[in-house]
Design a binder for this molecule. Structure first.
Ligand SMILES: Cc1cc2nc3c(=O)[nH]c(=O)nc-3n(C[C@H](O)[C@H](O)[C@H](O)COP(=O)(O)OP(=O)(O)OC[C@H]3O[C@@H](n4cnc5c(N)ncnc54)[C@H](O)[C@@H]3O)c2cc1C
Length: 388
């Protein structure tokens, strides 16, 4: 029996209006504005009643996107630091950009407010998704939503034993010039340990303002005071700082699974999308650029009304490289700083950016293989193939 108190009825219901859900909603609206409009009604269900800036999304921008207006900073140089050495890359064609989440949400809300076909229901929490022969039903705290297809972007529990990227950072302001605003520090391994991958990340907005994060790849997260101690130590050691003003803080836990989540299989009308689906690149934790690309493909798939399952998140070759690299990170954390350093030092920046953005060409894969310690990676590939 399904509840007669219907909140909405739609062709497509997107559960969760965060970064991925809004990207998909806006892509559906974009497609609906073209001549071949196929989705009559879509709805986004989001428990927040109001959006606020809550994080920073960075990625290498390889082409125009729907949310380019939300980009607040751009850098064409980045560096890796390890064992007293620094390797710097420059690639003005694919700058590393920072999206302000506040502007992103604002831009999506504005677009959906003027859409005739895609609605945003704020302040609504979704529960279970069920089905009968004809439709899907989403229970919410404001009644039921009926839909032909459901795209679920809600966070879900991370399976035990998954490698995690866990991090915490401060956006700080200093009273002297300490940061180099031209260059992002993607990874500084100078305070690393042998037991796990640990590095610092510095996103400089000016010579006095930066986001500084401490990041670990391991299976156990730390308590907040440990991350804060690491940040204090780093700010003292690298920038000789003793005072700073904390403008904001952010932290997170991103899964780095070797295999895509099992619940994606066999449900063509309920697709899981977003950080806890198969969207983030497992070996790096970057999710934003992949969500944007996948949202475009998914909107096209939805508007085509195909009976097949959702489009694959990434090419099988990219997936294999990710899985082998995650296996390597799990088993040989002590060697990770040297391998990241070699990658950024030896592979041309444009090729490496394509590789990291799931847009690698055949020659890019060869360049990456050439830069890697081959015997080590072959052993890790074998270990992955044997399921160890
Ligand atoms: C602090 C931080 C910084 C990050 N920085 C980067 C970066 O620089 N680059 C990058 O590529 N990635 C980054 N990521 C990873 C990733 O891009 C973000 O986590 C991103 O927000 C994931 O998008 P999402 O839509 O999957 O999840 P979210 O944006 O978290 O959206 C999930 C949505 O589901 C909603 N929801 C929850 N429960 C329910 C419910 N019961 N019913 C309906 N809706 C529900 C939530 O309210 C939320 O809006 C970062 C992550 C964090 C946490």
């Amino acid at each position: 029996m399904h509840n007669s108190d219907t909140l909405a009825s739609a062709d497509v219901a997107i559960v969760g209006g965060g970064m991925s859900g809004l990207a998909l909603a806006c892509q559906i609206d974009r497609i609906n504005n073209c001549a071949s409009r196929r989705i009559n009604k879509a709805v986004v269900i989001e428990p927040r009643s109001k959006y606020q800036r809550d994080k920073t999304w960075c990625y290498w921008r390889r082409g125009p996107g729907l949310f380019d207006g939300a980009i607040s900073h751009s850098w064409s140089r980045w560096e890796i630091r390890s064992a007293g050495r620094v390797t710097t890359s420059a690639c003005p064609e694919t700058p590393y950009v920072r999206v302000d989440s506040g502007h992103y949400y604002e831009s999506a809300v504005q677009r959906l407010a003027s859409s005739n076909t895609v609605g945003l229901k704020l302040g609504v929490r979704a529960g279970q998704v069920s089905r009968d022969q004809r439709q899907l039903y989403i229970d919410t705290d404001r009644g039921q939503v009926r839909a032909d297809r459901v795209i679920d972007t809600r966070p879900r529990p991370i399976p035990e034993g998954t490698l995690l990227q866990h991090f915490f950072g401060w956006e700080i302001e200093t009273d002297k010039d300490v940061f180099d605003p031209t260059t992002v520090t993607l990874m500084d391994f100078s305070a690393g340990t042998e037991e796990e991958v640990h590095f610092f990340y510095v996103l400089p907005f000016s010579s006095r303002r930066a986001l500084v994060e401490t990041t670990h790849f391991s299976k156990q997260q730390l308590c907040e005071s440990q991350y804060k101690d690491e940040l204090r130590g780093y700010l003292r050691q690298r920038f000789a700082l003793s005072n700073w003003h904390i403008c904001s803080s952010e932290g997170g836990i991103l899964p780095m699974p070797k295999r895509p989540p099992a619940q994606l299989e066999g449900q063509p009308d309920v697709a899981v999308f977003g950080l806890h689906g198969d969207t983030a690149k497992p070996s790096s934790g970057y999710c934003y650029p992949h969500a944007q690309q996948q949202a475009e493909r998914m909107a096209e798939w939805l508007s085509a009304g195909a009976n097949s399952g959702p489009p694959a998140a990434r090419h099988s070759v990219a997936r294999w490289f990710d899985a082998v690299f995650v296996t390597f990170l799990e088993n040989r954390p002590a060697q990770a700083p040297a391998v990241f350093f070699r990658l950024f030092q030896r592979v041309k920046p444009a090729a490496l950016v394509r590789f990291l953005s799931d847009g690698a060409q055949f020659a890019d894969y060869l360049r990456v293989i050439w830069a890697m310690p081959k015997a080590v990676m072959m052993r890790e590939a074998l270990r992955y193939a044997l399921g160890r």
